[in-house]
Design a binder for this molecule. Structure first.
Ligand SMILES: Nc1ncnc2c1ncn2[C@@H]1O[C@H](COP(=O)(O)OP(=O)(O)O)[C@@H](O)[C@H]1O
Ligand SMILES: O=C(O)[C@@H](O)C(=O)COP(=O)(O)O
Length: 420
């Protein structure tokens, strides 16, 4: 089937988030891990390519995204969605802006929009400023993110150093006037040469208006929630047939492993709550991993009764993360943890685990790659933006839940196991 919307996500939890919200419409969504090496086959109307390029060097991120764009174009897509984090995770170098500019150049388009709002998860954009719940982004726990600490809340200021062309804003008062007003404002900004337009949204109704106004743009950029209205709009436009069935959910055994490499405030609470249930758990930390490697953790996993859903976690409070980073450097501390948790995932799979719950975007990328997964089907949502997914790993059918650091309720780990 021809692909209607080709999506590129900058991390793996972001990709499952986007795929899960698109799948709410009942339409089939296919998620590929990395750019497929084979030409498109068995394509879905919504194709999502998950990359691990949020914190990659700019040139590498741009090259990966351009390759993803080429593949999606060869699948027949003419509209594209660049998905980044609802907390706009990036550095002054990128990669949100440089990738958007590269995709715009390849598509021959002169304007795109930026809207990371995800109201169901408390992310809203007002006057170009991003809020996490009631806090401005830079005052939220995102200020202490281990890899992309967000120290400004203003999306225009965050984007400007990342791009070469002018940045503008369509604010909430315009969005409240409806899709035609948004289209008019975009056209006016375009005559002024504004290529990058941040758009305010504080509620799903705003996202619906923006999606309606922008549904035929060659490139839309944003958080997952902005894509949610698109399937219904494409159906109404007759671009998408109305009876595309979603994937069937396979059975898996209850042998499980939980792996947490996210250090977000929410994941810290979720780990604490899971520990209170008395489930078996092991904490790993980058300093011990640097000294002794992952053997102790692998030995622990080998001894576990996987029916009890053991948890291996590196999740720590900001002060502990900072101490490890000061000794090892930010990248090495992160890589040691990611590698160890990925090795635990493989060991657990080889010991019979068929359900994997992973917390953290980078962590999910490392685990999924180590499991040798190349394609995910999307199943039931556990929490907004976190669906169960199903795939093959080394000849076994497995279920994977990839949780964004910030998503899910405090009982997320228990809920995930109950939902399946
Ligand atoms: N105790 C720790 N000290 C330093 N870095 C850590 C620690 N625990 C995890 N990390 C690293 O922090 C990063 C967290 O990023 P990620 O997995 O994307 O989580 P999130 O979804 O919360 O952003 C990963 O690279 C992980 O390996
Ligand atoms: O948009 C979001 O918030 C998520 O989909 C996302 O990108 C998750 O990233 P991490 O918080 O790094 O898991």
């Amino acid at each position: 089937m021809t692909t209607v919307l080709g999506c590129i996500a900058d991390d793996f939890t972001g990709a499952t988030d986007l795929a899960g919200l698109l799948a709410r419409s009942g339409v089939r969504v296919s998620l590929r891990i990395g750019v497929p090496t084979e030409p498109p086959a068995d394509t879905a109307p919504f194709e999502v390519i998950a990359l691990k390029c949020r914190t990659a060097p700019v040139a590498e991120a741009v090259a990966d995204c351009r390759a993803a764009l080429d593949w999606l174009r060869s699948a027949g897509a003419e509209r594209f969605f660049w998905k980044y984090c609802s907390t706009f995770d990036s550095t002054p170098q990128g990669n949100i802006g440089p990738v958007a500019e590269a995709l715009m150049a390849d598509l021959g388009t002169v304007q795109t929009i930026y809207c990371p709002a995800f109201p169901e998860n408390g992310r809203s954009v007002y006057m170009g400023n991003l809020f996490v719940g009631r806090q401005p982004l830079a005052e939220s726990p995102m200020k202490d993110h281990p890899l992309t600490p967000m120290r400004d809340s203003n999306l225009m200021r965050l984007l400007e150093p990342q791009v070469t062309k002018p940045v503008g804003l369509i604010d909430r008062s315009c969005v409240a006037e409806g899709a035609k007003a948004v289209q008019k404002a975009l056209a006016a900004l375009q005559t002024e040469g504004v290529a990058h337009v941040v758009v305010d949204a504080v509620a799903n109704a705003d996202l619906e208006t923006i999606a309606r106004a922008c549904r035929d743009m060659p490139l839309i950029t944003g958080g997952s929630a902005l894509a949610m209205p698109l399937p219904a709009l494409y159906r109404a436009d007759d671009v998408l047939s109305s009876d595309v069935p979603s994937a069937e959910v396979p059975e898996t055994t209850d042998k499980s492993i939980l792996l947490s490499g996210s250090c977000s405030a929410m994941t810290n609470r979720q780990v604490a709550r899971y520990l209170e249930t008395g489930a078996p758990a092991l904490k790993v930390d980058p300093l011990s991993l640097a000294d002794a490697g992952p053997d102790a953790a692998l030995g622990w996993v080998a001894e576990q009764d996987l029916a009890k859903a053991p948890l291996v976690y590196a999740t720590a409070e900001p002060v502990e993360v900072k101490a490890a980073q000061e000794k090892l450097g930010q990248a090495r501390a992160g890589a040691l943890v990611e590698k160890a948790l990925a090795a635990c995932a493989v060991a657990a799979r080889d010991a019979g685990a068929r359900r994997f719950v992973v917390a953290g975007g980078e962590t999910s990328g490392a685990v999924t790659q180590a499991l040798g997964v190349d394609r995910l089907e999307i199943g039931r949502e556990i929490a907004p933006g976190v669906p169960w997914t199903f795939c093959d790993s080394c000849g076994h059918r497995i279920a994977l839940a990839l949780k964004s650091g910030n998503f899910g309720s405090q009982q997320f780990f228990t809920e995930a196991l109950e939902v399946l």
